[in-house]
Design a protein. Structure first.
Length: 429
């Protein structure tokens, strides 16, 4: 009993340090949006008044594509050499590259160090997805993945505050880079000795790429891979265009819209924790489909609440509390409940894939997940452009938002199918 308690405390500490690492590297990623203007004023971003945004966009687009191109490699390495060493390597690369951003003296230097950061930042995701099941048993993985997802969302707030309000941008990047370096080392020291499948009693086999790819064709895993695109497309457009939507549809100032977005980020973080915790509780009580039930209920309630927010007849231009409160509550509730599914998506995949193949499978998942997030904003823009041929702008953005939100219904239907396949496909006793 004493040994079990000590192990539980050790896992809790590892998860806490991992969450801090995730929080700060996402803060470093999100912070770019808050510091583009001072970077441009210092001559780091070239271009005229019309063209500078193109060069600024490349600072995200090029690192993103390069990182995605190498994601599969990191997933395979996570399965072949283990996860702790790879977490240390990628953590140090992220930390040093972000710290070097603070010393940028021209555009190409800035782009280069951000490419290095993007390779490590995107590459570390499948490693973490595979590492969490190494330290968390099946019935506790919901909260394990929730710690990762919640920290990634809170990183948005931390990045905006540090880079946009509290610190000079060079100081902010250097400070965040140092924190990531300092956090990566104790995470590795705490994780030494944690082998692949540490939290399970499954007997491992030698790694085979063919078998790893075959594991991705497990019915439940394949269904999860299919649903991740319609699941993430709405998230992609909401996170990028939320402020613009509130400004245009409701007619409120940018500062107020940004404040609502910050509250939404907190709501999403809470949704990750509640969704993981509630599902874990059901699984621990013997309900094999507990994760499916929590996800289905969350998506259904969240969809209806977000539908209410998008179509709410807001009194245009009003900033009174009475006008703001109803649609804001709908938005916060919608994002909170919908988020219930996210930690359970990863938990279900980990339950249906053998430990020695999870890095590879999660690298495929991460590519699809990232593709969905990237597709959402472009698809929303195209829809708005098309609909504005028929409707005024305020109506066009509402219809575009409702159409894309409806993609969650595809995900909901697939979750209902998974309710039948998941109990049979689990490899975790």
């Amino acid at each position: 009993m004493v040994e079990l308690s000590a192990r539980s405390k050790s896992v809790g500490l590892i998860l806490a340090v991992l969450a801090v690492l995730v929080l700060f590297y996402f803060a470093g990623d999100y912070m770019l949006a808050a510091v583009l203007e001072p970077m441009r004023k210092e001559g780091l971003i070239p271009g005229t008044e019309k063209s500078w945004r193109f060069y600024a966009g490349l600072l995200k687009t090029i690192p993103g594509y390069v990182g995605l191109a190498l994601t599969f490699l990191w997933g395979v390495l996570a399965d072949r050499i283990g996860r702790p060493r790879l977490l240390l390597l990628l953590g140090l690369v992220m930390g040093f590259s972000l710290a070097l951003v603070g010393f940028a003296h021209n555009y190409f230097y800035l782009l280069l160090v951000l490419i290095v950061f993007g390779i490590a930042k995107i590459g570390i995701s499948p490693v973490i997805y595979a590492f969490i099941p190494d330290i968390m048993p099946s019935e506790k993985r919901g909260i394990g993945y929730a710690a990762y997802y919640a920290a990634s969302v809170l990183g948005f707030i931390v990045g905006m505050v540090l880079g946009g309000i509290l610190l000079y941008w060079r100081t902010a990047y250097t400070s965040i880079g140092l924190v990531i370096i300092i956090t990566s080392v104790p995470l590795y020291l705490l994780s030494r000795g944690i082998r692949i499948g540490y939290a399970e009693k499954t007997e491992l086999t030698s790694y085979s790429l063919r078998e790893a790819l075959r594991a991705a064709l497990n019915k439940t895993v394949l269904l999860m891979m299919i649903q991740i695109i319609p699941w993430t497309i709405p998230w992609g457009f909401i996170t990028l265009y939320a402020v613009d939507y509130l400004q245009t549809r409701w007619g409120i100032p940018r500062g107020l819209a940004s404040g609502i977005l910050a509250l939404a980020a907190l709501s999403i973080a809470i949704g990750h924790v509640l969704g993981g915790k509630l599902a874990d509780s059901l699984v621990q009580k013997g309900d094999v489909n507990g994760r499916v039930k929590v996800s289905v209920i969350g998506i259904a309630i969240g969809f209806l609440a977000m539908l209410g927010m998008f179509t709410y007849p807001y009194p245009y231009g009003s900033t009174s509390l009475g006008a703001l409160l109803p649609p804001t509550v709908l938005a916060l509730a919608g994002l909170l409940f919908t988020t219930f599914a996210y930690p359970n998506i990863s938990s279900v995949i980990s339950d249906c894939v053998r430990p020695e193949y999870r890095g590879t499978v999660f690298s495929i998942y991460n590519i699809l997940n990232t593709a969905g997030w990237a597709t959402g904003p472009a698809l929303y823009g195209l829809l708005v452009k098309y609909l504005m041929s028929w409707y005024p702008e305020r109506a066009a953005i509402m219809y575009a938002a409702v159409i894309l939100e409806s993609f969650w219904l595809i995900s909901l239907v697939i979750w209902l199918i998974i309710a039948r396949t998941y109990p049979r496909d689990r490899i975790t006793a």
